[in-house]
Design a protein around this ligand. Structure first.
Ligand code: FO1
Length: 320
């Protein structure tokens, strides 16, 4: 059985995984999920990227939004607002609240996040092994300038959801990552993998944060396993999200080729760009990374499954 490890962020990672499961139904898939987006709200621990993967693969996602639960209501949020208790800018629904209550209760009882995630997945049966990148607390912060001209750090969710990434990001800091250790199973899954895939997730605040946990990047380089990524940038713009803003913060151009060079040939063996970026293929290959141009828009599960199949084909090619 083919063992596939996927480093995943939220919506893009989750949708890619749905396509991968359709393209390789018999594969043994381990997902290493980003937890830098996690946030504590109302005394509860919220893990947006882990939940987005779990709900998407478990059939509970709000398909239109790509995050949160389907059939959601917001009574608790409205009642909290009536008490003047916020933040109002973050949309936690009633069904979703239950997940965060269960998670927080288990964490409070002493279970690590990896065990809690496994317990939550017992209900959702995502059909993959979902591991947080670490059991330790990591929070991505973004340095922005306030309207008063002061520079301050805000939580990633505040940057993304409240500010809608409308202001420049001056620095991205995965606070706590340098002290974190990979969650149980992460390094083992990498060591035993036949292929590692980077979905078209954000290279800075999703995959970059996972790689910032000491040991994960090294394990990928040492495993001798083909690592293949899919560009989240098509025609010089992110398909979704704010990759361009956060790439600017780390001085990387928002193009498919620049992101491949940013990961580098020490990490990446293969890279898929969209057909509109065909001209980037030669540049990526010149950087020592095998590259193909294929359609990269995740329009539906079939199109996404074709992308995943292309990534597996490229992995087999670089391994040969
Ligand atoms: N994204 C939004 O744009 N607005 C929200 O109010 C919001 C709430 C939310 C609640 C739970 C959850 O799991 C995800 C949520 N997201 C929301 C998505 C999230 O902010 C980001 O898309 C991811 O963190 C990026 O990967």
């Amino acid at each position: 059985m083919q063992r596939i490890v996927v480093l995943a962020g939220g919506i893009g990672g989750a949708r890619f995984l749905r396509g991968l499961k359709s393209a390789a139904p018999d594969a043994d898939v381990t997902v290493i999920g980003n937890t830098g987006d996690d946030i504590h709200l109302f005394g509860l621990k919220v893990c947006p990227d882990l939940d987005t993967v779990m709900y998407t693969l478990g059939g509970g996602i709000h398909e239109g939004q790509g995050w949160g639960r389907s059939g959601e209501t917001f009574t608790v949020k409205e009642e909290l607002a009536a008490y003047g208790v916020g933040p109002e800018w973050f949309g936690l629904g009633d069904r979703d609240f239950a997940t965060h209550i269960v998670r927080t209760r288990m964490l409070g009882a002493g279970y690590p996040l990896s065990a809690v995630t496994e317990a939550l997945c017992d209900r959702w049966k995502p059909g993959v092994r979902l591991l947080p990148m670490t059991d330790d607390r990591v929070e991505t912060h973004v340095a922005v300038d306030t309207p008063e001209g002061e520079r301050r750090a805000v939580h990633f969710q505040e940057y993304w959801v409240r500010l809608r990434a409308s202001v420049d990001a001056h620095a991205i800091v995965p606070v706590g990552a340098d002290q974190a250790t990979p969650a149980p199973g992460v390094l083992e899954a990498i060591a035993e993998a036949d292929v590692v895939l980077f979905p078209p997730s954000n290279p800075v605040v999703s995959i970059g944060t996972i790689l910032a946990v000491p040991g994960i990047r090294e394990a990928l380089a040492e495993a001798g396993v083909p690592v293949v990524g899919l560009s989240p940038l098509v025609g010089g713009a992110p398909v979704r999200g704010m990759a361009d803003k956060v790439l600017a913060a780390i001085g990387v151009e928002a193009t498919a080729a620049a992101v491949a060079r940013h990961y580098g040939s020490g990490l990446l063996d293969g890279w898929l760009v969209d057909t509109v970026d065909e001209a980037a293929v030669a540049e990526v290959e010149a950087a020592g990374i095998r590259c193909r141009a294929v359609p990269l828009l995740m329009k539906d599960t079939e199109a996404t499954a074709r992308m995943a199949a292309e990534a597996l084909t490229l992995a087999a090619e670089v391994a040969a």
